[in-house]
Design a protein around this ligand. Structure first.
Ligand code: MEV
Length: 370
């Protein structure tokens, strides 16, 4: 397993064989995996060139290629759990997932052509995501990255993230690219959007000690596309005040990066709260998000904010240790909000953790336990 998160080839053959019989074991080294992401600082402002800080979590997506559809005359993607199947040749009027799949295949073939290596033919891709769609945790990007990796396991993380750009555009209109970058790289990264021809800048941020997070779902799905459009409208109406908000977020991101490197949890927590205030000023918060942030702080979190697009989706709360996570999650649960704990470790998450967790959840679901 490489630091890029590409699966080693060993075991892929058995995974592919299992998938072709419809009994794939997600722990059996499928060929593409990806992380879900949590944006700690800088969502929305990142669309306008402000750097953002995000971490990959040990939940995500996996995909594997089989040649089970030799007669299908087009590539096919099946997403388990959602039980959705789409074809590459569904056309412009077809489902968004089909268009995204078509675009990532086209990007893969383009790069393979440019590199002078044989292009992929028609394939059957089995995929699964372990993230709530519309939850702000980068579900679509994780699925896209897992599929892109399954299509071309030898590509670098940067190249995979670039190929998934087209996939993300189908769903989100004008994405910054941060979700795909973190899905492909994991760990803690600072991401700055590319400008024109210039590619995005992605820097790894050193995490010296484990950082404990609680992630809770507000119960409302949100659309990244419509929230990004809503901020664009606010910016059009009030360019100066919106720019001031982005400038404030920029300052906050710079300080947050230092605080993360120094493992200054109190400072990170305060900055999370400040970022939440600024996002609320852009009308991205909801009463549920505010309630969850307040509940988390009362239960001992050092800071909390919405993460991702807002308008619903998830809240991230920083806690001092794993025991405090239990308290925050219990406090959310008492108010009807589901959540889970995530740890940002100094080393990049081994993507096998994603598969193991996914496997455990599938096994629990099959056994009918909660
Ligand atoms: C969505 O996860 C993050 C946003 O900043 C949009 C983007 O960066 O593409 C809201």
């Amino acid at each position: 397993m490489s630091a890029d998160g590409n699966s080693a080839d060993g075991g892929a053959a058995s995974a592919a064989a299992a998938a072709s019989t419809g009994a794939a074991d997600p722990t059996a080294a499928p060929r593409g995996t990806a992380h879900g992401k949590v944006i700690l600082f800088g969502e929305h402002a990142v669309v306008y060139g402000v750097p953002a800080l995000a971490v990959g979590i040990d939940r995500g997506a996996w995909a594997q290629v089989t040649n089970a559809n030799a007669n299908a005359k087009a590539s096919v993607l099946h997403v388990r759990g959602w039980d959705v199947t789409v074809r590459e040749d569904g056309g412009d009027e077809g489902p968004a997932l089909g268009r995204a799949f078509r675009d990532v295949i086209a990007a893969t073939r383009r790069e393979q052509r440019a590199a002078g290596v044989p292009e992929i033919g028609d394939v059957h891709v089995e995929a699964e995501a372990d993230l709530p769609p519309g939850g702000g945790l980068g579900c679509s990007a994780a699925l896209g990255v897992a599929v892109a990796r399954a299509l071309d396991p030898s590509a670098t993380a940067e190249s995979i993230a670039a190929r998934v750009d087209a996939w993300e555009r189908v769903f989100h209109g004008n994405p910054s690219g941060i979700d795909a970058a973190v899905a492909a790289m994991g760990g803690c990264v600072q991401f700055t959007r590319g400008d024109g021809e210039a590619r995005a800048t992605i820097e790894r941020v050193r995490v010296s000690e484990a950082i404990h997070l609680c992630i809770g779902h507000s119960g409302q799905a949100s659309s990244t596309k419509s929230m990004v459009e809503s901020v664009a409208r606010i910016r059009e109406r009030r360019p100066e005040t919106t720019q001031k908000t982005f400038d404030a977020i920029h300052t906050l991101v710079k300080n947050a990066r230092l605080a993360i490197v120094d493992h200054d949890l109190r400072a990170i927590g305060q900055l999370l709260d400040l970022n939440q205030m600024l996002l609320s000023g852009l009308f991205l918060s909801t009463p549920e998000i505010e309630q969850m942030c307040a509940t988390a702080r009362t239960a001992g979190a050092l800071g909390a904010k919405l993460t991702g697009a807002g308008g619903g989706g998830c809240v991230v709360a920083l806690v001092g240790d794993a025991a405090r996570s239990t308290e925050v999650l219990a406090a959310w649960k008492a108010e009807g909000y589901e959540g889970f704990a995530a740890t940002v470790k100094p080393e990049v998450h081994d993507v096998r953790e994603i598969l193991q967790k996914l496997h455990e959840r599938v096994t629990r679901a099959t056994a009918g336990s909660p």
